[in-house]
Design a protein around this ligand. Sequence first.
Ligand code: DQA
Length: 155
Amino acid sequence: MNDTVLVLNGPNLNLLGLRQPEIYGRETLADVEALCRETASGLGLRIDFRQSNAEHGLIDAIHEFRVGSAGIVINAGAYTHTSVAILDALNTCEVPVIECHISNVHRREAFRHQSYVSLAATAVLAGFGTGGYALAIRHLAHLRADKPLRTDKTA
Ligand code: DQA
């Protein structure tokens, strides 16, 4: 478990590749999963890759990985901007949490500029396309090398 990164995807990301490709590109979620696995294998990490359209599905996954994993990469989709429940779950995490958005949410509608996830995130990536997931995993590997039993969220 302590070498496993949870890569958690929220609502509508199952439609990646079909959904607004002018914003999110043509890669599918399966492509993102392959990228994550390839990135992790070069870093001695494993990936547990999940997607849920339901808030409780995301919260249950966070609870599973909140302690003892190598960290969480979360693209909570639209719940980023609305979910206090996901924020509360992330605030229980003793592992690093990397918030990842495919698009640059700050260039988009004002309602996307607010992120509850950011209030609990160790780091935030937005606008790197699907490559942001690979950057997030690399950063978790870096944190792990420095602080194998990291418990604070400020470093
Ligand atoms: C997203 C940005 C969110 O605002 C949006 O609701 C998504 C995807 C992104 O990856 O850019 O579903 O998180």
